[in-house]
Design a protein around this ligand. Structure first.
Ligand SMILES: NC(=O)c1ccc[n+]([C@@H]2O[C@H](COP(=O)([O-])OP(=O)(O)OC[C@H]3O[C@@H](n4cnc5c(N)ncnc54)[C@H](OP(=O)(O)O)[C@@H]3O)[C@@H](O)[C@H]2O)c1
Length: 91
C-alpha cells in the first residue's frame, strides 16, 4: 500500500487555508492544520476530522522563529517527513 502523504497548511483555521486543508484531506493526505490561535485551530481541525479526514492541529505563528522550530521538531518526530507545504498565512 502506498504511504499516506503528509501536508502542512499554514494559517488554516479559516479562509483559503481551511479550504486547502479540506481539499488535501479529501485527496487522501494526512493534513497538519496549523494556526496561531490554538482554540480556533483545534476547532477547525475537529470539523475536518468529523467528516472523516485525517487532520491534526499544530500550533504555528509564522512571526515567531521558536514556534516554527517547535513545529519542525514535532514534524520530524511524529511524521519523519513532509510532502507538501502550503505557505498560506498572511494578514
Ligand atoms: N482571499 C483572496 O481573494 C486572496 C487572493 C489572493 C491571495 N490571497 C492570499 O491567500 C492567503 C489566505 O487568504 P485568505 O483570504 O484566506 O485570508 P484570511 O481569511 O485572512 O486568513 C489568513 C490566515 O492566515 C493566518 N495568519 C495570519 N497571520 C499569521 C501568523 N503570523 N501566523 C500564522 N497564521 C497567520 C490567519 O490566522 P488568524 O485567524 O490567527 O488571524 C488566517 O488563518 C493570504 O496569503 C492571501 O494573501 C488571498
Amino acid at each position: 500500500m502506498a504511504r499516506q502523504k503528509i501536508a502542512v497548511v499554514i494559517g488554516a483555521n479559516r479562509g483559503n487555508g481551511l479550504e486547502v486543508a479540506r481539499q488535501l484531506g479529501a485527496l487522501g493526505y494526512r493534513v497538519i492544520l496549523t494556526a496561531r490561535k490554538k482554540a480556533a485551530g483545534r476547532e477547525a481541525a475537529k470539523k475536518l476530522v468529523r467528516v472523516g479526514l485525517n487532520v491534526e492541529f499544530a500550533h504555528l505563528d509564522v512571526t515567531d522563529a521558536n514556534s516554527a522550530k517547535d513545529l519542525a521538531r514535532h514534524l520530524k518526530k511524529t511524521e519523519g517527513r513532509l510532502d507538501v507545504l502550503v505557505n498560506n498565512a498572511a494578514i
